[in-house]
Ligand binder design. Sequence first.
Ligand SMILES: NC(=O)c1ccc[n+]([C@@H]2O[C@H](COP(=O)([O-])OP(=O)(O)OC[C@H]3O[C@@H](n4cnc5c(N)ncnc54)[C@H](O)[C@@H]3O)[C@@H](O)[C@H]2O)c1
Ligand SMILES: [Zn+2]
Length: 368
Amino acid sequence: MRYDKENVPTIQVKTASAKYPVLVGSGILPTLQRRLPKRNRVFVLTSPEIWALWSKRFLSSFPKGELPSVLFLPAGEQYKRMAQVERLAAELASAGADRGSLLIAFGGGIIGDMGGFLAAIYMRGIDYIQMPSTLLAQVDSSVGGKTGANLAVGKNLIGSFHHPLAVFVDIDLLQTLPDRELRAGLFESIKAGVIRDARLFRFMEQNAESILKRDSKALEYLIAASIRMKANVVGIDERESGLRMILNFGHTVGHAIETATHYRKLLHGEAIAWGMLAALHIGCMHGTISSTQADRIERTILAYGPLPTFKVTAAKLFDAASHDKKNRAGIRRFVLPDGIGNASVAENVTDTELIAAIDWMLSKVRES
Ligand SMILES: NC(=O)c1ccc[n+]([C@@H]2O[C@H](COP(=O)([O-])OP(=O)(O)OC[C@H]3O[C@@H](n4cnc5c(N)ncnc54)[C@H](O)[C@@H]3O)[C@@H](O)[C@H]2O)c1
Ligand SMILES: [Zn+2]
């Protein structure tokens, strides 16, 4: 399949099962139609809020008689559910979608995960394109092929690997993103730098002001670097049997915070920021990172703050962290930084160390 990549820098994702381009730049939306593969029917999955902001620009490149059909999913994790996938599949069927139709998932990570999942199972699989509109979705969730929905008992417990045909990252979409959502995505980019790209980390360390002011060159650089990092990791380990686990840096304690606060207090990226601070503390105890390096990372995370606080006991967090999805046969797997720009999975983090890190992190929460 060829894509019109004119004037847009492109990153290739190449895994054991798929190969596709990620276009990153400005002005992709107004030129969308000619960049799409030719299909008789094109469908868009989006949310009413995003469509209200961006539909004019989205539709501007489509000829009048060839407008895509639009499906809506309301915003919020409570709609990331199987019942909605079924409803959307029924809407696709009654609108005449067939195996040759194309779906565009246009929105944040929820739309991306749900659109990908819908595309994975509708008629046993149709093609789709990711068009992420939050920073988190641009730097992280739109690349790598993980799709899915939540169950009442836990997040992302059903799903499938289904790679898109392409990912179109238009950084202009970030103009309407609320500040807090922007910062939440920036924490995932700091993670990307810490685990595998020291240059990206330094860039984020030194340019917080222009990044937070949404300087487009700065955003473009950090988005492309984060995607390149993720593309490289999933290219080596598509199904998370090894290396891909490092993407979970900060996520053991981060997910525990999300679970313990019932996903209501913090955005995902904010919980991960706190989780990275806890993981740094363990890294210092294990000697995988020096305290000077850990301080630099901590200062950089806090430069993109403020991090919202929360009230949870250490025991509750420890309990939630002990049920982490990465653990196997009772062995705790914990991603630790190896200096700045590298990370690995440790299997020897003890209960005492984890409790100490949680206590230390909670003391930071109380101070802030
Ligand atoms: N598949 C993966 O690999 C992967 C990785 C990380 C996270 N995720 C998933 O991603 C989801 C979180 O994604 P998210 O952080 O993008 O949240 P989200 O999809 O809930 O979007 C956040 C909010 O921003 C709004 N929004 C989106 N784009 C906007 C824009 N351009 N302007 C103004 N408002 C806009 C949305 O309507 C929503 O209210 C979670 O469900 C998580 O499980 C998946
Ligand atoms: Zn994350």
